[in-house]
Design a protein around this ligand. Structure first.
Ligand code: UD1
Length: 430
């Protein structure tokens, strides 16, 4: 089994280029089959989740041409099945975006119930409510969500919770509905805006994305476009935390600093220097870091997908920090692993009380999910001695060349498969 072997203790120094946003890519790739014309998408991250989604799209007849590692052409004119029932697709949550895309275009879709990261129960009631309000019937049977409509009609939909997934799914279906749809209490995440911009570039009429009221005037059909996906806010944030925890100096390039504001603000509060320029942020961690409080919230609040990474930094910061997870119910599974490295963290319900310690020591760890896995890697980079992180398939779902980008910043990290490889790594590490 592949794992990362890490020798900690080297401050990360240098520059790193951030790739396209995984979560935007998943929505945009799914939406690209909503036209019969060919769509060109650039800045697609080469990560497992996007590749699985592309495979699923090919399995129903979409023609996917890879122009280069980060550019794909997609043509949805030959779609011959509206059922996606694939073991693979269950592993990625965003498979359900194909529901909104196919329902909009063909007024019918059946997709395996989604899985994704195991971070607590993840209901889909708001997606179902949204589709029903557009006039579709929705059934869950035989492990599939099946939805069908004679025609979709615009509607006024109030989301009971702020949900990225349901906002995106409804936005896609409503783009090809008759009349006006208004989504209230919509998610404002950068990838919601990116999808709206993409759909608009295909001829959709969506206004207000990025605010909590989105207005979608249905159009008859969508057309070809060429579009570049925004940079990944969470990949960028992860490298910012890696710089902070290793006492490094890293310039994170190809980012939209505005999307990183809640992360930058916390790093400033705990004692890092953060310099912003047009499309880069530099994080310098030269002083003893200090405690703070973090509560995860929908955008523009602090992202839940950055919660494990900041906890790793706070566990080495002086004083007692409080981290409250308000989006998902089971997102502290990495805490036991960090405790094995010497962290002092107590979890009570959705709150982690973190008492800073002086150092981590290396341990053999297992990645519990995508973001927590990345967080354990950066903990390993800051730890004394050797760390291994297993189950890196989770990390590879959302980070492209993670260990290579870290190596380029001076980290001592390798992907190894055997005990012999690990021994070799130990001999070579300085
Ligand atoms: C997306 C992101 C994920 C991120 C999350 C929150 C993708 C592919 N994934 O996940 O990385 O952690 O946003 O920023 O973009 N909820 C309901 N009913 C629903 C849908 C959601 O109650 O029908 C609840 C969820 O349980 C959760 C909250 O709403 O408590 C937010 O979930 P949501 O924004 O939908 O997350 P995802 O779209 O699944």
């Amino acid at each position: 089994m592949e794992q990362y072997a890490i020798k900690g203790g080297t401050p990360l120094v240098g520059e790193v280029e951030i790739g396209g946003a995984k979560n935007a890519a998943l929505a945009i790739l799914a939406a690209s089959i909503m036209t019969d014309e060919t769509v060109l998408i650039e800045n697609v991250p080469d990560v497992r989740d996007t590749n699985v989604l592309l495979q699923a799209m090919e399995s129903i007849g979409a023609i996917v041409t890879r122009v280069d590692r980060h550019t794909v052409k997609i043509n949805g004119s030959q779609i011959n099945s509206l059922t996606i029932e694939d073991d693979f697709i269950k592993k990625i949550r965003a498979s359900y975006y194909l529901l909104g895309a196919l329902l909009g275009k063909y007024k019918k879709a059946e997709v395996s119930l989604p899985g994704g990261c195991n971070i607590g129960s993840r209901p889909i009631d708001q997606h179902i409510k949204g589709f029903k309000m557009l006039g579709a019937k929705v059934k869950i049977e035989y492990g599939l969500i099946a939805t069908e409509a004679e025609k979709l009609v615009g509607s006024h939909i109030y989301m009971d919770v702020v949900t990225v997934g349901a906002t995106i799914n409804v936005m896609m279906a409503a783009s090809l509905a008759d009349g006006m749809t208004i989504i209230e209490n919509a998610a404002k995440e950068p990838h919601v805006v990116d999808l709206a911009n993409f759909l608009n570039s295909m001829g959709a009429n969506i206004k207000g994305a990025g605010t909590d009221v989105i207005r979608i005037k249905g159009v008859e059909k969508l057309h070809k476009t060429e579009y570049a996906i925004i940079p990944d806010q969470i990949e960028a944030g992860t490298f910012m935390m890696a710089a902070a925890v290793t006492r490094g100096d890293v310039t994170i390039k190809n980012v939209i600093p505005k999307h990183l504001e809640s992360i930058s603000a916390k790093l400033l509060e705990i004692g890092c220097e953060v310099e912003e320029s047009d499309d880069a942020v530099r994080v310098v961690s030269a002083k003893q870091l200090v405690h703070t409080q973090v509560k995860t919230l929908p955008y523009p609040g602090f992202p839940t997908d950055m919660q494990p990474q900041i906890a790793v930094v706070l566990a080495l910061s002086e004083g007692t920090s409080i981290v409250t997870e308000s989006i998902f119910e089971n997102r502290f599974k990495y805490v036991d692993e960090l405790t094995r490295m010497g962290a002092n963290i107590k979890v009570e319900g959705n709150t982690a009380i973190i008492t800073g310690v002086n150092k981590y020591t290396g341990a053999s760890l297992t990645a519990p999910d995508l973001r927590a896995g990345a967080a354990l890697v950066i903990a390993g980079l800051a730890a004394e001695g050797y760390t291994t992180v297993d189950d890196i398939k989770y990390i590879e779902r959302g980070y492209e060349d993670f260990h290579v980008k870290l190596q380029n910043l001076g980290a001592q990290i390798e992907k190894v498969t055997t005990e012999k490889d690990f021994k070799k790594f130990q001999l070579q590490a300085v």
